[in-house]
Every structure is written in C-alpha cells, then in structure tokens.
Design a binder for this molecule. Structure first.
Ligand SMILES: [Zn+2]
Length: 272
C-alpha cells in the first residue's frame, strides 16, 4: 500500500515537472502546454519518417531536393521553432497533397507540385506545413487522444513498441487526413506571416488556393487534398477569406514582390 502511494506520488511529481515547461508554439510568443519534449518529438519523428518512406516512393532528384530544402530552410530561419533539424522530401505520387509529421519532417507530392504555378505558391504550402510543426498541432492532438498511461510512457522514454505503434499510427492519420478547423486557421495565418518574413510574396497563399480550386472544379469529393483542404467547401471559402483579410495588412510593395514564376517553371519541367 505504501509503496503504491509512493509510486503514484512519484508519477504525479514527474508529470508536474514536465508540465511546467510551456513551449512557444507560434508568432508573438504564443505558448502552450506541451508534455512531449523536443528530444522525444525528434525520436518520434524518425519513426514517422521511417513509416512514410516505407509506404511511399521518394522522388530523389538532387535539383529538387536542393530547391525544396532551400525554400524550407529559409522559412524555418524566420519561424518560432528552430530546435529541430527540418527535412524536406518530395514524394512521387499523383495525390494533390502535402503534409508534416512531428520532428520537422515535411513532405510534398509531385501531384501538388504539378498544379502549382510559381515559387510563391510553393513557399505558401511549405510555410503552412512548417507552421503545423511550429504550433505542434500533431503533438497536441496526440496528447489529447492518447491515454495518460501511453503518454506517460512516452514522456519518460519507456514506451512499449505497441504504444509507439499506436502513437505513430495516430500521428500519421492526423497528418494525412487533416486537422481541426482551428488548427488549419492557425497554420494558414502563421504560414502567411512566416513566408512574408522570409521574403516571399504572401499572395502566393491565395494563388495556391485558387490553383487547387481550379484544378478540381471546386467540388472535389476527394478528402486527401492538402490535408483535407477541399473537403468541405464553405470551410475552404472561410479560409480564403481569412487569408485575404490578412493580406490587407501588407504594403503594395510586399504584394508586388516577384513570385518567381520562371524559376519555378524551370524546376517543374524536371518533374517526372
Ligand atoms: Zn494544414
């Protein structure tokens, strides 16, 4: 009885010790209660990445790897989260999508690269995905859904392989099928903020939405687009309206920045 009390007290103390660490999860010093540390997130990240690589065909083209990485790292450099080694990977697939998993792994499908028109639009998707990582959306979702026992195992670094599998499965599902409306709004907003800070024309975000709509007639039933972007039409319109409102705060000079169409079209011609 005594030992049990002692143990559960120990567990509570441990949990409190990790709970105290609030992490920055967005621009302007936005903070959140994050139980899973960056070190643990990195460990989870390598597991996620293994899983993604086992399930997908990686498009391994040096020019594209460099190009995508350069855009990604430029945005990371002005973001609120630089404690991860971000990795940017192109996946060969006709799916029109992009996603991020914990640990800073960002993936984009050639199907989406095909319908994008310029670098500003690519920067917009990349910045949106980086923002999901900065805001720790997957991590927060894992914290919400996983039972306290599994979470505790992960937090203290003693997760069984079953527990780890459950977390990886959940995380991938969240990344691929989309987040809540609130999280998407956040990623859109931070995404525009960071891409502009990195020197891109933030109008690329609207261009991207329009390209997606045009490519699919605006009535797509496919639920996998850009993490469910076009799953429900009114919701998409609301997102476009929010981004347009945000663009209103930028000067004409910013909105006139070159969208690097030529460079992008050159890169596009290399795609399989
Ligand atoms: Zn998203």
């Amino acid at each position: 009885m005594r030992i049990r009390t002692f143990l559960s007290l120990g567990l509570v103390v441990c949990l409190i010790a990790v709970i105290i660490t609030c992490a920055t999860t967005g621009p302007g010093g936005e903070k959140d209660l994050i139980l899973i540390s960056t070190a643990q997130e990195k460990q989870l990240g390598t597991e996620f990445d293994k899983q993604v690589r086992a399930q997908s065909e990686i498009y391994d083209n040096e020019s594209w790897n460099d190009y995508f990485n350069e855009i990604g790292q430029g945005i990371v450099a002005v973001s609120d989260r630089k404690d991860l080694d971000y990795k940017f990977t192109v996946i060969k697939s006709n799916d029109v999508n992009a996603f991020a998993v914990p640990g800073g792994y960002i993936y984009i499908y050639t199907g989406l690269l095909d319908i994008i028109e310029n670098e500003a639009q690519l920067a917009a998707v990349t910045s949106h995905e980086i923002s999901h990582v900065v805001a720790r959306h997957s991590i927060k979702r894992i914290q919400q859904v996983m039972g306290i026992q599994i979470l505790y195992q992960i937090v203290v670094g003693e997760a069984s392989s079953e527990a780890l599998d459950a977390v990886i499965g959940l995380g991938l599902n969240v990344a691929l099928s989309g987040y809540s409306r609130e999280y998407e709004r956040e990623a859109d907003q931070y995404g525009v903020f960071y891409m502009e800070k990195a020197g891109y024309n933030p109008e690329g975000a609207i261009g991207l939405f329009n390209q997606l709509r045009e490519a699919h007639g605006g009535t797509s039933e496919d639920r996998s687009f850009f993490e469910n972007l076009f799953a429900s039409h009114p919701e998409t319109q609301e997102r476009i309206n929010n981004v347009e409102e945000q663009l209103g705060q930028y000067s004409q000079e910013v909105l006139n920045r070159d969208k690097n169409q030529n460079k992008y079209q050159q890169m596009k011609s290399l795609l399989p």
